[in-house]
Structures are given as structure tokens and as C-alpha cells.
Design a protein around this ligand. Structure first.
Ligand code: BGC
Length: 721
């Protein structure tokens, strides 16, 4: 259908039918979704009627080709105008084949693999009947207390933008979604700045200057839209005192006005009604009014629109054209997905069996897991030596809780556990696996099993972490250390005087006191997904050389949070040679620097940087700068290095960060091999929002840094003319 036909269809719709298109509910109310749909309990209390369900425009959270086909068919039978349902779900890091959590994927710095993971997730979802994923989540984060840091790629606006684009490319593909039924539409979230809740407390207030918002928080959403992302989800939080979902300045002003976004904007779960709790709407009616005025098209899981929009229009308070625009956008998306011609789209119960969790997808998950792990410390213990007897101890030694939050229809039982993978790869008798235990406590028996294994081994591999419910939505923590029982276990195992290599399974940067300082090696595995155990085992045994680099700083302690690499210098920076000085910006009980900086990650080999050279000492808008650096693998093992380029605008009209990532390149080097990496830097990359919010650059001196992380770098300078 072309736009004219869609408009003609819209004209045939009653006001009630139109507002029902704007309602999204979970699937269980629909006929065919497992059990017969029935409006009972909370739904009835919310004022949701069977008629509303029968006419609602989209469904959340249902998957499985058989069920979706059934629901769609029965819906179409009752649909007066033949408008199909749209099925949406949270496919965040895989559908059935689960990839490492997004924070881990970020640490791979591998955009191609990230794109591939999204393409695979799309293929598995599409064949299971899903049309839209609520991903990518691209919220910039600086506070590891917030449980949802696991869902994003980290603290840097440039890197997050690159990943946002890669994920959108993967989900949606290059071709028309109508033709390419192996892909699905993407919905970037959570617009805007959901990743900056005060105190890291879930759903808490977000408040920041407009410049901060534009410089750091908005770029990744914009990047997703520049890549063609079809949908946007509003966030739960306030932005400048107004809940995002009812924020006209944000939605109509920036998103639709400035950026020209004309796709579908959906609320987050109940976030329209939550405007009442925020104190920004007196009742459902006002909440509906504000959200519609702000430009939110679909209301997820509350009935403010469906119950109040008709009357708001009839009373003349809202123009019906606003509703028409919203409905048209939804119809357009349905058309783009090809649903009018083929309401079942890719849903195919027979293909599901071939596609879901197939060997090829598991291999891709393995590849990403192997690249996502970050080696944080290694004092000679890793890789494990073939002749060593290894004791595998700790709550994650034999655990399948390695998929992480938001693992869609992935099941833990399908995950390759570390114990299984190590046993497959080691000689019989070389691996002793202690009895499993919970991350929170160890029984006397479990402890004695651990101590016994440690006693008879040469090396201890200690698999520690947070259980997966300790991160994700609704899992903010004020104490980001490992649970006490695990710290106590480290102490006890230390008494054997044997080398300890720790593997961490967790969803946020942790306070690693009592871990990093106590053990000989630490490998951050995050939640590595379906093939996580295999990837970690191969790294431990040296079959794979770790190459991940952190994309979120690890703080010294929670008291230092937020701590991030691209901060300002302040007017009284601490001189590292005068640590005792009082009236400078510092703590009296902690270093200023994070424990582990952005970009950091070790390898089994070492890399040396030399001969940093610039094409000129001056650059201009017409003449970009070329930056060359020589990188050498100075160790005995082949390895992958992520070469990072940072810039500092020394004097700006507005203060600029000490370092900002401007580019990176990954290279694989054989032992002894050297390669020259060349970056191009343009004037455009030096622009920022000035006091009047103009996006321009400042002439003057810039510092430039190149290295393997944001701290240890070579430096040079140039002048922007
Ligand atoms: C989350 C969203 C998610 C939605 C639907 C909300 O609670 O904030 O990220 O897409 O639920 O499941």
C-alpha cells in the first residue's frame, strides 16, 4: 500500500479504532496465545475491555511461530478493516542463541561481530514471528550502581554511537524490511538520558544541562536514527523536570523537529500513566493529553490513550489530526514490514527448528564471547599450563547462570558451563571441580569440597560473580563489591599459597577490592552468553588470546562514582607530584583515577607504541590531519590490539574533557610483528556545543593521544587554524 492508500484506510477508521491502534498490551489477553484470552484481574481494574484488546494495534512479549500465527489469524478474522497486529519483544542480546550482554559486546570493540549478533538475533526472532525488537538500548552510563549498565555499551558517546549503528544495521539489514523477512525493525531506547539516574537508583530523576545532554547523552540515539532505526522508545525518567514521555521539547522539539524523526515513538511500560506518580499529570486523562501532545504514538501497557483520547478530541481539547498522524505512522510501519500483504511475515514453525540455536549461531556467540572477555590482571598464572592440575571453585564454576538479564527465550540449560568446557579440553584427572554453591553463601560442606580441591591442585581457578538477577532492570546496588561470602572464600583459598586465577561473571563494573589485590589473575567474563563457558575455557587454556578492553571505568570504590575517563580538569587539578596538597580537587582517602580506566585490557602478549607522527602541526577545515603510530607485538604470542585515538581541546569557549575518543582500530599482530596505524582526524570531529548550543570547533591548541587504553598513551599536539 502506498501512502495514499494508507491515508484512505485511516479515513475509514472510527475514532475508537484509531485510538485502539495506539494501544500495546501483552499477548496473554489475545485468543490463541497459549490460553484463551480473558480480561480479568488488573486489566479489568485498569479499565481494559475485551473490545480494546480485540482492536489493539500491537502486542508485546509473545514469541513462537505457532502462537503468533494463531493470534494473528484470529485477530485478522475479527479485524473490520484487515489491519494486522504488530508483534514486538525485548530481543536485547540474542533471541534463543544468547550473545554476551551488551556491556561485554562493547568491550570487544568489534562492530562487525556486534552487527552479526544483531542479524542473527533478527533471524531467530523473525522466524519466531517477531516484527520489532526493543533494542538497541544505547543509554550512556557512568554509574555502575545502576543495574542496567549491563544493557549498554558503556560510557563513551562516540563508541556507543558506533555500536548503535552496528546493531541497527544488524537488526534491520540494508534491504527493505518487506522483502527481507529475516530481519526486523529496531527500536532505539530509552529516549532520553535514562542512563543517568541520580545515585544510580533505578527510575530516579535525571537532571543535566542541555549541553551535557547534547554532548554526551543524545549522540547514540541520533546515530541509531541516522542508520535508519524505525522506532524510538521514550524513557521513564524526567528530563529537565518533565517526564520524557510527556516532554514536548524533547520529543516534538528535538526528536521530531530537529532530527526529523517521522517513525513510531512508543512509551516505555506504563510510562504514560506514571506521569501521575511523577507529579506531572493529575489523572489518566491529563497523562494521555500530555503524551499525545509530546508526540508519543503507542502507549505500552496502560489505557490512558484508549480511554481518554476519544473524549479529548470530542471536547475539542486535542486536535484529531494529532491522533491521525500517530495512527498513520503505525500503519506505515506495518506496511514497511509487509504485514498488509503477509500478516504472518517470517513466522514459520518448520524453519524455527533449523534456525534457532543452530551451530552457526552458536559459533557467532562463541566468537563474540571470546572477544568480549577482558583480562584485568595477570601475574604469570594465565594461560594455564598443560601439566597443571587445576581446581575449579566458586559459585560460577559449575553454573549455567551465564546468560545475563534480558536473555529473551534463551534457556540456561542450553548454556555451556565453564566446568563442562574445561573438562572437555583438559586431560582426565587434571581438573577438579568443587561442589557448586550460591553466589551469596557457602555451606560447610561446599566449603570443605572447595578446600579439598584447592589442596590437591597446582592452580586454583576461582569463578566468582553476581547472580544474573543482581543486574538488569530494577537491580540497582549501593555496594558493588562481590557478595561477602565470595570475598571470604578468596581469603581462605589464599592460605594455600597457590596461584589463583579469578574469572568474574557479572553485569557491571565492580569494586574489586579484595579481589584484584588478592589474586594473581582476573579475567572479566561478564555474562558471556550461550557459549560463554567454551570461550572462557579457551582463554584460560591459552587457545584464545584475550583482547577485550573496558568500555566503562572500574571505580576504586563506590564512593568515587561517577568516575569516567572523559571528565574535566577542574580549576584545581591534583598534581601527581604533590599528592599532599589540600586545596585541590581530590579525595583524602582515595585516588582520583579509577581502578581500571576506559579502554583498558591486557593480553597474553604485550604491545609497544612508537613513532607517533602527525602529517602537520596545523590542521584546518579544508585540511584534515593524518596521525600515524607504529604498534609492535613485543611478546611471544599472536594477539589483537585495539589502538585508540584521543583528543583534548586545551582551551575552549566551553570547557572540554581531558580526553575524548575519536577513533580506534583493531589489528592482529604476530609475535615480533609491527604495523603502522593511520588515523584521519577532521575539523568536524572537533566540534562541540558552544554556550549558544552552536555546534562548532574552537581554533587553538589540541593535544592528541594514542595508545592501548585511555591512560597509557603517547602524546602530541597540533593547532586548529
Ligand atoms: C523496560 C524496557 C522494555 C519494556 C518492555 C520496560 O520495563 O524499561 O526497556 O523494552 O519494559 O518489556
Amino acid at each position: 500500500m502506498d501512502n495514499q492508500q494508507l491515508t484512505a484506510l485511516l479515513q475509514q477508521m472510527t475514532l475508537e479504532e484509531k485510538t485502539a491502534q495506539l494501544l500495546q498490551l501483552t499477548a496473554h489477553l489475545h485468543e490463541g496465545a497459549g490460553s484463551e484470552g480473558q480480561v480479568t484481574g488488573p486489566m479489568e481494574e485498569m479499565g481494559i475491555t475485551e473490545q480494546m484488546v480485540a482492536a489493539s494495534g500491537s502486542v508485546l512479549g509473545l514469541s513462537g511461530a505457532k502462537d503468533i500465527i494463531q493470534v494473528q489469524k484470529s485477530y485478522m478474522e475479527h479485524s473490520r478493516l484487515g489491519i494486522p497486529l504488530m508483534f514486538m519483544a525485548d530481543v536485547v542480546h540474542g533471541f534463543k542463541t544468547i550473545f554476551p550482554i551488551p556491556l561485554a559486546m562493547g568491550c570487544s570493540w568489534d562492530l562487525q561481530l556486534a552487527e552479526k549478533s544483531a542479524a542473527i538475533a533478527a533471524k531467530e526472532s523473525a522466524v519466531s514471528g517477531i516484527h520489532v525488537t526493543f533494542a538497541p538500548m544505547v543509554d550512556l552510563v557512568r554509574d555502575p550502581r545502576w543495574g542496567r549498565v549491563m544493557e549498554t555499551t558503556g560510557e563513551d558517546p562516540y563508541l556507543n554511537s558506533m555500536f548503535a549503528r552496528a546493531f541497527v544495521r544488524g537488526y534491520q539489514g540494508k534491504d527493505e524490511l518487506k522483502e527481507n523477512t529475516d530481519r526486523m525493525a529496531a527500536c532505539v531506547k530509552h529516549f532520553a538520558a535514562y542512563g543517568a539516574p541520580e545515585g544510580g537508583r533505578e527510575y530516579n530523576t535525571v537532571d543535566m544541562s542541555e549541553r551535557q545532554l547534547r554532548e554526551y547523552y543524545l549522540p547514540a540515539y541520533k546515530a541509531a536514527l541516522d542508520e535508519g532505526c524505525e522506532m524510538v522508545m521514550s524513557s521513564f525518567n524526567t528530563v529537565d523536570g518533565i517526564p520524557a514521555t510527556g516532554n514536548e521539547q524533547l520529543m516534538r522539539g528535538i526528536l521530531r523537529g530537529e532530527w526529523g524523526f517521522d517513525g513510531v515513538l512508543i512509551s516505555d511500560w506504563a510510562s504514560i500513566r506514571e506521569m501521575i506518580a511523577h507529579g506531572a499529570a493529575a489523572d489518566d486523562r491529563e497523562a494521555a493529553y500530555r503524551a499525545m501532545r509530546a508526540g508519543v504514538d503507542i502507549e505500552m501497557m496502560t489505557p490512558c490513550y484508549v480511554r481518554h483520547l476519544p473524549e479529548l478530541v470530542q471536547s475539542g481539547q486535542l486536535a484529531e489530526t494529532l491522533i491521525d498522524e500517530a495512527v498513520l505512522r503505525i500503519l506505515q510501519l506495518k506496511e514497511k514490514l509487509g504485514l498488509f500483504d503477509n500478516p504472518l511475515r517470517g513466522a514459520d514453525p518448520e524453519r524455527e527448528g533449523e534456525v534457532l540455536f543452530c551451530a552457526e549461531h552458536r559459533q557467532a556467540s562463541y566468537d563474540l564471547a571470546a572477544k568480549s572477555c577482558v583480562l584485568l590482571k595477570n601475574e604469570g598464572v594465565l594461560p594455564l599450563k598443560p601439566h597443571h592440575k587445576v581446581a575449579l571453585i566458586g559459585p560460577f564454576a559449575d553454573s549455567d547462570d551465564i546468560l545475563g538479564w534480558w536473555s529473551c527465550v534463551g534457556v540456561k540449560e542450553d548454556a555451556t558451563k565453564l566446568s563442562t568446557a574445561l573438562a572437555e579440553r583438559m586431560q582426565e584427572g587434571a581438573l577438579l571441580v568443587a561442589a557448586g554453591c550460591s553466589p551469596h553463601q557457602m555451606s560447610a560442606e561446599q566449603l570443605s569440597s572447595a578446600l579439598e580441591a584447592a589442596q590437591s591442585a597446582d592452580v586454583i581457578v576461582l569463578a566468582l560473580g553476581e547472580d544474573s538477577a543482581m543486574s538488569g532492570e530494577g537491580a540497582s546496588r549501593t555496594d558493588i563489591r562481590l557478595p561477602e561470602a565470595q570475598l571470604a572464600l578468596i581469603k581462605q583459598l589464599k592460605t594455600f599459597g597457590k596461584p589463583i586465577a579469578t574469572v568474574l561473571f557479572n553485569g557491571r563494573p565492580l569494586d574489586l577490592h579484595g579481589v584484584l589485590d588478592e589474586v594473581d589473575a582476573v579475567l572479566e567474563a561478564w555474562y558471556p552468553g550461550s557459549e560463554g563457558g567454551a570461550a572462557v575455557a579457551d582463554i584460560l587454556l591459552g587457545h584464545v588470546n584475550p583482547s577485550g578492553k573496558l568500555t566503562m571505568s572500574f571505580p576504586q570504590s563506590v564512593g568515587q562514582v561517577p568516575v569516567y575517563y572523559n571528565h574535566f580538569n577542574t580549576g584545581r587539578p591534583l598534581d601527581p607530584l604533590k599528592l599532599e596538597e589540600r586545596y585541590v580537587s581530590k579525595y583524602i582517602d582515595s585516588a582520583n583515577e579509577p581502578l581500571l580506566p576506559f579502554g583498558f585490557g591486557l593480553s597474553y602478549t604485550t604491545f609497544a607504541y612508537s613513532e607517533l607522527a602527525l602529517s602537520s602541526k596545523e590542521m584546518s577545515a579544508a585540511q584534515p590531519l593524518f596521525i600515524r603510530v607504529n604498534v609492535t607485538n613485543t611478546g611471544l604470542t599472536a594477539g589483537v590490539e585495539t589502538v585508540q585515538l584521543y583528543v583534548r581541546d586545551v582551551t575552549g569557549e566551553v570547557v572540554r574533557p581531558l580526553r575524548e575518543l575519536k577513533g580506534f582500530e583493531q589489528l592482529e599482530l604476530a609475535p615480533g610483528e609491527s604495523r603502522v596505524v593511520t588515523f584521519q582526524l577532521t575539523e568536524e570531529q572537533l566540534r562541540y556545543h558552544h554556550s549558544d548550543l552552536r555546534f562548532t570547533s574552537d581554533p587553538g591548541t589540541f593535544h592528541l593521544y594514542v595508545g592501548g587504553n585511555s591512560r597509557d598513551t603517547l602524546m602530541s599536539s597540533f593547532t586548529l587554524m
